[in-house]
Design a protein around this ligand. Structure first.
Ligand code: NAD
Length: 339
């Protein structure tokens, strides 16, 4: 069975989801939706992705630019099994998707209330099985869940304090900042803690966040009070057996997010993306019942494989969560802890 996936919004996340879908043997891209003939629209056509306009009014712009358009988003939705919405937050497509009776996935810019179901594959696959609407949690929330959920399962977690050192903007974005300042989020807890609890409601987590002048990844400093005494080696073994995590260390010359991004390019990842959460092995430190570690998050790509598993769960294409995760990861070349 090959399902047809519509991608509405073809920017940072949308183009990556489109590529990930096209790599899966059980999925194909039904079409991608753009509003204007940007370079990304030209590249979509270059890669033979059917291009649709966000509205009838947008079609002329594409035609004037010499880009073939198959129709509007409404027509695309009639020809797809599911839509992945990668538009900026609050673009307001829920009514249209419901009118078209199509299952829909949104991204982390939206609030939990939009769908009532927030998703990360490892803890939530079964709950999303057959669901009509869901939201993939944000890049930072995805990163926290990837390392904390296995600890909750294997050791037990009493509470967490996590500080997010956030990139000021995506690398392509020349408008946002800060460019010469460190900007704390003065609302404490930052939105990340409540967002983690939209997936892991029993977790006692507090978060703070600081924006810094870099475009290369987010960095998390995490302190976890564990439910029982374990060693740093025990923690590393748990993570080694958990999906979508990788270890880096200073001994291999990785002392900053800059080298992690260079490593992703050397690994010949598409666009230099890193879907895994990078944990600094040297930083994993246990004192009594407290665990401390640093991890780095590639904001533009860590959520992409989660979108693929959400499609399989919602369309009931694979009942076994680990089978879905493994299939997604193999197709995308993600480091595989399962063999
Ligand atoms: P983006 O600005 O890079 O891309 C959005 C795309 O949607 C653009 O191509 C834009 O032209 C298009 N668009 C805008 N309005 C539209 C409309 N009405 N109809 C159709 N297309 C429209 O944004 P992004 O970074 O890809 O963010 C998309 C979602 O993913 C947001 O919810 C965001 O919070 C979330 N997200 C972003 C990141 C990140 O680091 N960029 C990480 C995780 C999650």
């Amino acid at each position: 069975m090959t399902v047809r996936v519509a991608i509405n919004g073809y920017g940072t996340i949308g183009k990556r989801v489109a590529e990930a879908v096209s790599l899966q043997e059980d999925m194909e891209v039904a079409g991608v939706v753009k509003r204007s003939p940007t370079f990304e629209a030209f590249m979509a056509v270059e890669w033979a992705l059917p291009l649709y306009a966000a509205s009838k009014e947008n079609i002329k712009g594409f035609e004037d630019a010499g880009l073939p358009v198959e129709g509007t988003v409404e027509e695309l939705l009639d020809d797809a099994d599911i839509v992945v919405d990668c538009t900026p937050k609050k673009a307001g497509y829920k009514e249209l998707y419901q009118k078209k009776k199509i299952k829909a996935i949104w991204q982390g810019g939206e609030k939990h209330e939009l769908t009532g179901l927030s998703f990360n594959a490892y803890p939530m696959y079964e709950k999303a099985y057959g669901a009509d609407l869901l939201r993939i949690v944000s890049c930072n929330t995805t990163g926290l869940i990837r390392t904390l959920y296995p600890l909750m399962q294997e050791v037990g977690v009493k509470n967490v304090l996590a500080t997010m050192i956030r990139r000021g903007a995506d690398p392509w974005d020349s408008k946002k900042g800060p460019i010469n300042a460190i900007e704390p989020v003065l609302k404490i807890p930052s939105h990340h803690g409540p967002d983690v609890r939209s997936v892991l409601p029993s977790l006692d987590i507090q978060t703070t966040a600081v924006a810094v002048p870099t475009t290369l990844m987010h960095l998390h400093s995490v302190a976890v009070k564990l439910a029982k005494d374990v060693s740093a080696d025990d923690i590393l073994e748990i993570w080694d057996n958990s999906p979508r995590l990788m270890f880096v260390d200073a001994g291999m010359g990785i002392k900053s997010t800059a080298q992690i991004m260079e490593l992703a390019k050397d690994m010949e990842r598409s666009r230099g993306d890193l879907y895994e959460i990078a944990i600094w092995e040297d930083s994993v430190h246990v004192v009594g019942d407290m665990l401390y570690y640093y991890q780095a998050i590639h904001q533009e790509s860590d959520v992409v494989p989660e979108n693929i598993d959400a499609i399989r769960a919602m369309l009931q294409m694979e009942s076994d969560k680990m089978q879905s995760i493994e299939r997604t990861d193999r197709a995308m070349g993600i480091i595989n802890p399962y063999e």
